[in-house]
Design a protein around this ligand. Structure first.
Ligand SMILES: C[S@@+](CC[C@H](N)C(=O)[O-])C[C@H]1O[C@@H](n2cnc3c(N)ncnc32)[C@H](O)[C@@H]1O
Length: 378
C-alpha cells in the first residue's frame, strides 16, 4: 500500500508498515526534533511540517495513518477532550480525507478516549467516519503482545471503504501465559515519579513509556532488577522496548537536548504493532461477528467494537492480545546498564507512598529504602 502519515512523530507507524511491505509517500510532523529524525530515517519521503497546511495527499494513497495528539484525551493530561487545542486536530484528518478517495484509514490514540467525557471523542470520530462512507472497528491492543517487555495499551481504529476492517484488526487472538509468581525473580518496572495513587507496577516489563510525567518532563520508568538494584534504563533500551532499532532517535540530539528523546519515544506507536497491522492489511484474516451484540452507543466497549456502513455499533469479544510473540525476559532484554535511581528520585517516591494508601509488593519499599540509603552514602 501507498501510505500517507499524519502526526508522524518519529515514524512508528511508517517503520512498522515498511517492515510489512508498505511504503510511505508523505509524512507530516511539526515538532522539530521529531521532524529531524523523520528526515534522517525516511530520506526519500516527502515531509510536510503542519497538518493544517496539507491541501491534498499524494494521488494513489491507499492508506492514511494518524496517531493524532493525545494531550487532551490522556488520563494524565489536560482532559479538555476532543475540542481541546491539540486533540481537535483530528478534524484535520477528516478534512484531508475529504480531499481524496482513500480506501483505508488507521488511527491510534490512548484508551482513555473511550471514557473521557462519556466517550464523546470517539462518538465524533466514528460518526464522522460513517458519514464519510467508511465501516470501522477499534480494538485496544497491548504492545506487550508483540515480544516487547513493555505493557502499553493503545486504541487502534481501522476504517475502510472497500474491505472489512474487522478482518484486519479483530481476526487474531492469543492467550498470554500467566505472570511470574515471585516478582523478585524478574525485573519489574514502576514509575518513580508516581507513588500516591498509582505507580505503574509491571512484573517482567516496564509500564507504558510516556511522553510526559507528573514532574513535567518525560521521565524514564524505574526498574528493580532481580539482583535488587534500582535503575532507570538507557534511552537506547527504551527505543528497543518500543520496538525501534536502538539509536533511532539519536539524530534528535543534533537539534534538541538529549532528554527530548524520551518524549519522542514515549509518543510513538510501537512499530511491531504497526507491522502486524500491515501484514493483516496485505493478507486479511477472518473475523466471525455472529456472536456480537448491537449496542446503542456510549458507554463504549472497553476492548473492541465495530460498525458496518450503516453505523450500527456492535461490541466485539477480543482481548488486547492479537498475538503472543517470543520475547526475552526484561532482565536479559536490557543491553545497556542504565543508571542507578538517584537518592532524590527514590526518596521522593517513598515520601509520596507515605501520603497515599497504595499497597506494594512485600519487601519492595524496604528494598527501595535500602537503595536510597546506599545512594545517599555513596
Ligand atoms: C501521538 S504523537 C504521534 C507519534 C507517532 N505516531 C510516532 O510513532 O512517533 C502526535 C504527533 O503529532 C505532532 N503534531 C501536533 N500538532 C501537529 C500539527 N499541527 N502538524 C503536524 N504534526 C503535529 C506532535 O508533534 C506529535 O509528534
Amino acid at each position: 500500500m501507498r501510505v500517507a502519515g499524519l502526526f508522524s512523530g518519529i515514524g512508528g507507524f511508517e517503520l512498522g508498515l515498511r517492515t510489512s511491505g508498505h511504503e510511505a509517500s508523505l509524512l507530516v510532523e511539526n515538532f522539530p526534533p521529531a521532524l529531524h529524525v523523520l528526515r534522517r530515517r525516511f530520506p526519500d519521503v516527502k515531509v510536510e511540517e503542519d497538518v493544517r497546511d496539507v491541501t491534498a495527499i499524494p494521488t494513489g494513497t491507499d492508506l492514511l495513518v494518524a496517531g493524532f495528539p493525545c494531550q487532551d484525551l490522556s488520563s494524565v493530561g489536560r482532559k479538555a477532550g476532543i475540542t481541546g487545542s491539540k486533540s481537535s486536530l483530528v478534524a484535520e484528518v477528516f478534512r484531508i480525507l475529504k480531499t481524496g478517495d482513500v480506501p483505508w484509514v488507521v488511527l491510534e490514540n490512548v484508551p482513555f478516549l473511550l471514557s473521557l467525557n462519556k466517550g464523546s471523542a470517539l462518538s465524533f470520530v466514528t460518526q464522522t467516519l460513517t458519514a464519510l462512507g467508511y465501516r470501522w472497528c477499534y480494538r485496544v491492543v497491548d504492545s506487550n503482545a508483540f515480544g516487547l517487555p513493555q505493557r502499553r495499551n493503545r486504541w487502534f481504529l481501522v476504517a475502510s471503504r472497500v474491505g472489512d476492517p474487522r478482518d484486519v484488526l479483530l481476526a487474531d487472538q492469543a492467550t498470554p501465559p500467566s505472570v511470574v509468581d515471585d516478582y523478585r525473580s524478574a525485573a519489574c518496572g514502576f514509575y518513580w515519579t508516581e507513588g500516591m495513587r498509582a505507580f505503574g507496577w509491571t512484573v517482567d516489563g516496564v509500564p507504558p513509556i510516556k511522553c510526559g510525567s507528573s514532574v513535567g518532563v518525560a521521565s524514564p520508568p524505574a526498574i528493580r532488577t532481580p539482583s535488587g538494584e534500582f535503575i532507570t534504563p538507557d534511552i537506547r533500551d527504551a527505543e528497543r522496548l518500543q520496538g525501534f532499532p536502538e539509536d533511532w532517535t539519536a539524530p534528535a540530539e543534533e537539534v534538541a537536548r538529549p532528554g527530548q528523546r524520551w518524549r519522542l519515544v514515549g509518543n510513538a506507536v510501537s512499530p511491531p504493532v504497526a507491522q502486524w497491522l500491515g501484514e493483516r492489511l496485505a493478507l486479511p484474516g477472518f473475523y466471525d461477528p455472529s456472536n456480537d451484540r448491537p449496542i446503542e452507543g456510549p458507554p463504549w466497549p472497553r476492548q473492541a467494537a465495530w460498525a458496518d456502513y450503516d453505523g450500527r455499533i456492535h461490541a466485539a469479544k477480543v482481548s488486547a492480545f492479537p498475538a503472543w510473540l517470543p520475547r526475552d525476559p526484561l532482565a536479559t532484554f536490557l543491553r545497556h546498564g542504565g543508571r542507578p535511581l538517584s537518592a532524590r528520585a527514590a526518596n521522593g517516591f517513598l515520601s509520596r507512598t507515605r501520603k497515599g494508601s497504595l499497597r506494594f509488593p512485600a519487601g519492595f519499599l524496604a528494598d527501595l529504602e535500602e537503595h536510597a540509603r546506599s545512594m545517599t552514602d555513596a
